[in-house]
Design a protein around this ligand. Structure first.
Ligand SMILES: [Zn+2]
Length: 105
């Protein structure tokens, strides 16, 4: 048996994701399972990747762990929690004249 070391970079969009949530004393805890199966370009072995992460409280990464079969992580996967802000422009426009009024009073 020959062991070859190949660097493979796996883009985020190769992963599928499953989520679940539980109620805890500081609100919801959300679990994420990111998973992907890729083929080794040298020997065509299947490599299964799993990244488990828990967000708790909302906005904070509580814990994550990684599993792999058919290969080794040369670099630990890193997981972070990102926020997305939504702005309702109609409400902002409606509220803006009131704000200006208040400022000039
Ligand atoms: Zn291989």
């Amino acid at each position: 048996m020959k062991i070859v070391k190949i660097n493979l970079k796996i883009a985020n969009d190769n992963f599928d994701c499953e989520t679940d949530s539980y109620e805890r004393n500081m609100g919801s805890e959300i679990s994420y399972l990111f998973y992907a199966t890729i083929k080794c370009p040298e020997c065509f072995n299947e490599i299964d990747l799993k990244i488990n992460s828990w967000e708790y409280p909302i906005g904070a990464l509580n814990y994550s762990d990684f599993e792999i079969s058919g290969g080794t992580y040369l670099q630990k996967p890193s997981v972070s929690v990102d926020f997305e802000y939504y702005f309702d422009y109609e409400i902002v426009e409606e509220e803006l004249p009131k704000v200006i009024q208040i400022l000039f009073e």
